[in-house]
Ligand binder design. Structure first.
Ligand SMILES: O=C(O)CCC(=O)C(=O)O
Ligand SMILES: [Fe+2]
Length: 318
């Protein structure tokens, strides 16, 4: 798919109204340099996504990391692998070496990918850099000053790692704490479809954070209101950094074997906003981890006290 807005023609007469009432993001700005002040003012405070092309391309990780590398350096580690079966997430435990070899045995081009590749085991959202902190040395210089100070000294502890074969899909969702997301693509490429938070109501919400619409093949009969959403498509390549504001809906497809990680982080403002959105749909774990984050960011309770309380969040499946 071309790197452009996914156009979905609204019914006649609705276009002007919906554009005025529900203006989304018209595009994802692409930059190659980003100062702290520019990042905070124009993207974090403005709640606007941005892609920093080549933002981490100088990292050793971008030369070194591959499925083979993880087989060698951390093969004996036991990792959580998720499989999507009829909308439910099944969790299993694999040796990292076995999982890396499973990836290497998969096709490397789109031609060989089976139609149910999205249901393949995916090593998804695991705190690998926290388990193997030496990996963080491969990710220098890390943009710590983009983050609130609580996260800076041990930023790798707060990251979540993703590794999988071509064709794996993370269905449409937003990140559960309503935190900011900086996403680092290290190996291979992914296609993101992102939708602004205010269009969540058009996307067939299921529970707290998942959505039933498939933005790659929208079923307009089932979800006619999805015509009012303004999805954007972007390919994130190795060496790129993508920023998504809190509540951004995202659907992610691996265009090749892929290795990435993200850091979900809050500002004082975003954690307060997340806490004020507590509702009966919000799992109580989410309220709990946001309350701990607020103690760290606003009450400045030190990291040696707050991190152990926050740490189970990194293995929380929601
Ligand atoms: O890369 C993926 O498959 C999912 C990424 C994601 O959902 C995230 O970074 O929050
Ligand atoms: Fe996510």
């Amino acid at each position: 798919m071309a790197e452009a807005k996914v156009t979905s023609a609204p019914p006649p007469g609705h276009r002007v109204l919906s554009t005025l009432q529900n203006a989304g993001w018209s595009s994802i700005p692409t930059v190659t340099q980003l100062s702290d002040q520019d990042f905070v003012t124009n993207y974090v405070d403005a709640m606007s996504p941005v892609i920093l092309r080549g933002g981490c391309s100088d990292w050793i990780a971008c030369q070194r990391w591959s499925p083979q590398y993880f087989d060698q350096v951390a093969g004996s580690l036991s990792v959580t692998v998720k499989t999507l079966k009829s909308g439910q997430i099944e969790v299993s435990s694999w040796r990292l070496a076995d999982y890396a070899r499973f990836i290497m045995a998969q096709p490397s081009s789109a031609d060989g990918v089976s139609s149910d590749a999205a249901a393949m085991p995916y090593c998804h959202d695991i705190p690998l850099l926290g388990l193997v902190p030496s990996l963080a040395e491969d990710c220098q210089p890390f943009p710590v000053t983009f983050l609130s100070s609580w996260y800076r000294q041990h930023w790798w502890r707060y990251t979540q790692f993703f590794m999988g074969p071509i064709g794996t899909v993370t269905p449409l969702h937003f990140d559960t704490l309503l935190s900011h997301n900086l996403f680092f693509q290290i190996y291979g490429a992914k296609k993101f479809i992102i939708i602004p938070p205010k269009h969540a109501e058009f996307c067939g919400r299921r529970g707290w954070r998942w959505f039933d619409i498939d933005p790659e093949q929208p079923d307009y009969l089932r979800f006619p209101q999805y015509r009012q959403a303004t999805p954007l498509v972007i390919t994130v390549n190795a060496g790129d950094i993508l920023y998504m504001p809190p509540g951004t809906l995202h659907h992610v497809r691996s265009l090749s074997a892929s290795i990435s990680f993200n850091i979900d982080w809050h500002t004082e403002r975003s954690v307060l906003e997340a806490l004020t959105q507590s509702s009966k749909e919000m799992p109580r774990e989410v309220v709990h981890y946001n309350a701990i984050t607020a103690l760290a960011l606003i009450a400045k309770i030190p990291e040696p006290i707050t991190f152990p309380l926050y740490q189970p969040y990194l293995s929380y499946v929601s």
